[in-house]
Design a protein around this ligand. Structure first.
Ligand code: NDP
Length: 492
């Protein structure tokens, strides 16, 4: 298979101005299986112009009911081809097929969820002090929105943004990651098939300047970005120049806290799901496991044993538990972090070269790695690894757990394992993070708002909050008085 894709603009695949092509790699086979175009500022301008034209001539006057019907039709098409999209996603980022299949179905569910909202977006009538003034609010779309998505979960993360953006009446230009652009380009074609107007969704690929050109475009009225903190800062700087609103969903170093009164076998499963599912390449990875001392030794031993047993291999095979990491720069970086942590004082209880570890001969594999006796001031506890690397830290009591948990520049997610319901709520209320799980980890739902605090970004995706992110409130005040009052008096 060798897919060569252009840009997707105005419902058509078009060539970019420049001839440069980016190779699309399979992190398991390490073979190239496609190429994509590099969009320059002129290409970005074409894409934004198409979106603006669609907004002005079609989408902004399409009824909410009709927008919802089209989104449901899109979801039908996506569901019908879920296996194909999951396979493409796995080929592109190495994530397990069984997980990408769930993610594609989750994406379809998101389009259906927001389809239901499309004809229920309304403001309110506001009774003012002055009875001669009629006042009401209207929720308006921004116009053209820029959506910049990463390589770890392209279809799901795109749906978090695109489904509410379209339901709200915006048109979009998407910039997928250069490492995993294929599913987004293929998905864009479904909009034509579903009967959306041309230009409602456009896709520009590239690496280097494409994202910056998109954020800088004067017709882009809102930007949403998911990715690393450095990328997020650049996006925000670009948007600040034009005072454009931004949603940032960035990294994390999320604390997963296990109290001694927890159901320990379930907590072990939760810790494993939190860090090794998706190869730890997820912003919500429970990468700092805080364990209360009475169960610390027991948990570390069990985690080391279980980590060494994790089956790595072909991400398409149903019995594989850990696929390759998504791309070569990540692979090099993660192995470097492991090496540095090993020589920096933490105790490796599972990882490269560990007993029982079997690493496939080919593919960008990183063995499931567990470091015990980590202190919160160590690099491994402070920086996002974005790989299958767990740092385990002991704590004595609730206050210490909360102090360690919050002692981080990040604030995306946190987990609490306890059978004491009062403690569960007490700790949740003190965690400085956007998402808390109690006796579970890494569960997501289209209805539940998702996003970070502190260095993990701001704004929320999913749920009703996710819709509000793509709407701007307009207040309309109507004077029903028959005569004007004094123009120099205070008007209330
Ligand atoms: P980033 O996540 O930082 O972002 C890359 C994207 O940002 C590209 O699409 C790029 O487009 C765009 N971009 C870069 N500069 C600008 C700019 N000035 N204005 C607008 N867009 C811009 O890069 P990586 O994919 O390399 O990931 C780096 C790290 O991020 C990972 O190691 C991981 O730790 C973390 N990460 C976090 C994720 C999350 O879910 N929160 C997901 C993926 C990664 P272009 O090249 O065209 O400019």
């Amino acid at each position: 298979m060798n897919l060569d894709r252009g840009l997707w603009i105005d419902h058509e695949e078009v060539s970019a101005q420049g001839r440069e092509r980016l190779a699309v790699m399979n992190p398991y086979s390490q073979a190239q299986w496609g190429t994509v175009a590099v969009a320059d500022a002129a290409d970005v301008d074409r894409a934004v112009a198409s979106a603006q034209r669609c907004f002005d001539t079609a989408w902004s006057t399409t009824s909410g009911y009709q927008r919802g019907r089209l989104l449901n039709r899109l979801a039908d098409l996506l569901d019908a081809q879920a296996e194909r999209f999951a396979e493409l996603e796995t080929r592109n980022n190495g994530k397990l097929y069984k997980e990408t299949l769930v993610q594609v179905r989750f994406a379809a569910r998101s389009y259906r969820y927001y389809a239901g909202y499309a004809d229920k977006i309304h403001g309110e009538y506001l009774p003012l002090d002055n009875p001669q003034m009629v006042d009401f609010t209207v929720y308006r779309p921004f116009g053209v929105v820029a959506l910049i998505t990463p390589w770890n979960s392209p279809m799901t993360i795109l749906s978090n943004k695109l489904a509410p953006a379209l339901a709200a009446g915006n048109c979009a230009v998407i910039k997928p990651s250069e490492f995993a652009p294929i599913t987004t380009l293929e998905f864009a074609m479904l909009f034509k098939e579903a009967g959306f107007p041309a230009g409602v969704v456009n896709v520009v690929t590239g690496a280097g300047d494409t994202g910056a050109a998109l954020v800088a475009h004067p017709k882009v009225r809102k930007v949403s970005f998911t990715g690393g903190n450095l990328g997020g800062r650049k996006v925000m700087e670009g948007a600040a120049v034009r005072q454009v609103p931004v949603t940032l969903e960035l990294g994390g170093k999320s604390p997963n806290i296990v109290f001694a009164d927890a159901d320990i076998p379930r907590a072990v499963n939760g810790a494993i799901a939190g860090i090794f599912a998706a190869g730890g390449q997820t912003c919500i990875a429970g990468s700092r496991l805080l364990v209360q001392r009475p169960v610390y030794v027991q948990m570390v031993e069990e985690l080391g044993r279980r980590a060494a047993l994790i089956r790595q291999g072909d991400p398409m095979q149903p019995d594989t538990q850990l696929g390759p990491v998504a791309n070569a720069p990540q692979h090099t970086r993660i192995l470097g972090v492991i090496e540095k942590t090993r020589s920096g004082g933490a105790r490796m209880v599972a990882g490269p070269g560990g007993a029982g570890q079997q690493v496939p001969e080919r593919g960008l594999f990183v063995p499931a790695t567990v470091f015990a006796d980590v202190r919160n001031d160590m690099d491994i506890a402070r920086h996002e690894v974005f790989g299958p690397v767990l740092a385990v830290l002991p704590f004595d009591d609730e206050d210490e757990a909360i102090r360690i948990a919050n002692d981080s520049e990040f604030g995306l997610a946190g987990g609490i394992w306890t059978q004491n319901i009062a403690r569960a709520h007490r700790v949740a209320s003190r965690l400085e993070c956007g998402n808390v799980w109690i006796n579970t980890y890494r569960m997501g739902a289209v209805q539940a708002p998702f996003g970070g605090r502190k260095g993990s970004g701001f704004g929320r995706e999913r749920g009703s909050e996710g819709l509000r992110a793509y709407l701007t409130v307009q207040n309309v005040m109507v004077n029903t008085a028959e005569t004007d009052d004094d123009p120099f008096s205070i008007r209330t």
